[in-house]
Design a protein around this ligand. Structure first.
Ligand code: ZN
Length: 316
């Protein structure tokens, strides 16, 4: 493909409480809330985006806070963990910071040569912080409560827990451009690179587990990055030709999206780098008020009244 996949564009998860989500991802993890908008397919639900100062592709995690949704159940067919990268010297800081905020993290475990801290967000989503050489050169939000040298980068990788590894592994390596990196036990790592930053997808084969049920604390989908709309159309044609059912292009205001389900059951998206988040509000004011796309703007007051009130950090 002329327009390769460059890594993760964003990861989107489901939570039940928007305020708890904002407090944790900005106040504890130190990401920037870069956009308050709604789920365009369900406009009475927020869609909250976090990232670096501009929400650059590769730094974005997003949430649908469906108020009152039940917790998901762990199992197969799901993204079971999302990892952030930090410089090697930052791991002790994070162990202490999480403890200070009452978040119980595992002892660091060495995985494929890198120390990893694991913990759950308030909704029950499994997160990991991985010490990675070179993480200091990755984009990260420098203006939050975490000192710049320790700021989280990423999402740097995800773990897919699947009944069967082979069909998804084939899709990753033969269609999407990943390469096999290493295997340890039932975990196999695949990597993709944008030329400087590598993104890891781990497949954890668990034929012993039932299918998981999505709910609060579950990842909804992973979006892969492509540079532009023409490249995205080429991907749509390529994947369709190989038997995948791919949606038409959807306008997500800050990027364009196509979606398909990979054979293990996880929803994949391919999203464009352009136009980005600083298109409808200036970079210094990102995330401070509710922004709606033109086709919903006429309903701004009505939609805002239906949404639960939220408070963002004043220095966001
Ligand atoms: Zn998405």
């Amino acid at each position: 493909m002329d327009t390769p996949i460059l890594g993760i564009h964003h990861v989107t998860a489901i939570v039940a409480d928007p305020q708890e989500n904002i407090d944790f991802y900005t106040g504890v993890l130190g990401l920037r809330l870069v956009k308050q908008t709604v789920n365009f397919d369900d406009p009475y639900t927020y869609h909250l985006y976090y990232g670096d100062e501009l929400g650059r592709p590769g730094t974005i995690v997003t949430f649908f806070p469906w108020v009152g949704i039940r917790p998901g159940s762990r199992g197969t067919g799901l993204v079971s963990a999302m990892a952030f990268a930090v410089p090697a010297a930052a791991l002790d800081y994070w162990a202490a910071r999480l403890a200070d905020h009452g978040v119980r993290a595992s002892e660091p475990e060495i995985r494929f040569g890198e120390p990893v801290l694991s913990f759950y967000d308030p909704a029950g989503l499994l997160l990991e912080i991985v010490a990675q050489p070179g993480a200091e050169d990755r984009p990260a939000w420098q203006g939050g409560p975490v000192p710049a040298e320790y700021a989280l980068c990423g999402p740097a990788g995800v773990t897919l827990t699947l009944q069967a590894a082979a069909p998804t592994a084939t899709l990753l390596t033969e269609r999407l451009g990943f390469r096999h990196s290493a295997t340890a036990g039932n975990r196999t790592r695949y990597l993709i690179s944008d030329g400087s930053i590598e993104t890891a997808v781990d497949i954890l084969a668990r034929p012993d587990l039932p299918f998981g049920m999505p709910g609060s604390g579950s990842v909804h989908h992973i979006a892969w990055r492509v540079a532009d709309a023409a490249g995205q159309l080429a991907w749509r044609e390529h994947l369709t030709r190989h038997g995948l059912e791919v949606t038409p292009v959807r306008d997500r205001q800050y990027f364009h999206s196509i979606y398909f389900r990979e054979p293990g059951g996880v929803l994949f998206e391919i999203a464009t780098d352009q136009p980005g988040f600083a298109t409808d509000e200036p970079p210094e004011r990102l995330g401070q008020r509710l922004m709606l796309p033109p086709w919903l703007e006429a309903r701004h007051r009505e939609i805002e009244q239906q949404l639960p009130p939220i408070v963002t950090r004043s220095n966001n």
